[in-house]
Every structure is written in structure tokens, then in C-alpha cells.
Design a protein around this ligand. Sequence first.
Ligand SMILES: [Zn+2]
Ligand SMILES: [Zn+2]
Length: 155
Amino acid sequence: MASHAHDHEQCISEALGSAERVCAQRGARLTPLRKRVLELIWESHEAMKAYDLLDRLGQEGGSAKPPTVYRALDFLLAQGLVHRIESENAYVGCRHPERTHEFQLLICDGCRHVEEIAVSGVTEALGKHAKKQGFTVTSQTVEIHGQCPSCRDSA
Ligand SMILES: [Zn+2]
Ligand SMILES: [Zn+2]
């Protein structure tokens, strides 16, 4: 996975650092479990499913039950610390939790690597077209499936 190579330790510590900052500013409680779930999601840039999280927490000797993990995920979503990948029923960490933002996700079907991109105007353009159809948008996710550069190169 050469093209995904980067200082991932730094990635994780930056993500956890900004999560703590954002929660402190908002008076939201980043409990040890919520923080651990976030840390597990950030272990890679791959889509992480809830049952994988449960597995991992179980291996660590925790006794986290599914509802507890789902509540932790709801909290992380509400704070914008993770994004939900609807087409995968999975989660990925967000690098910009301090502000709400439009985003699109590039999802590799080979290695499950997820890259968040921010092409401006997409949300607005789709919203405008929906409105022309008399359609009121309540939620919108743009998920693009395909092959990342390292999977393509190794194919
Ligand atoms: Zn994001
Ligand atoms: Zn890939």
C-alpha cells in the first residue's frame, strides 16, 4: 500500500488531539470508551464496521455491548468526528471535525481505503437540481466506489 504510506502515528495523535479540543469547546464528554472507539476507527484509513469495533473491544477484554458501541458511534457522528459510509454500513475518521463541511468519499473496493475529498459546490448543485424536481433534501452522501492507485498498480 505504498501510496497510502504516511506517518500514521501522527495522523492518529492529531485526530485524537482535535477530538479532545472540539469536545472540550462544546462541553461534550469524550468518555474513555468513546475515545477508544475513535482511536480504533483511526487505526487505519479503511472503512470500519461496528461489529469489527465490537470484536476489537472484546479482544481487549472490554465488555462493551452492541448498544454501548452504537451509542459511542452516534456521539462521534454527532460531533462530526467520524463520517458514516452508508453504502458500507461503516465508519471512517474525519480530519476536520471543528467545522461542518461538505465532503465526498472515495472508497476503494480492493483494500477498503477511504479518502475524504471536498469538492465545493457539489452539495449545492445537487440540492438545486433536487429543488427543481420539487424534492426536499434531508440528507445527502456522495460515495464513490472504485480502485485506489496502489490497488491499481498491484493489479
Ligand atoms: Zn469530514
Ligand atoms: Zn486500494
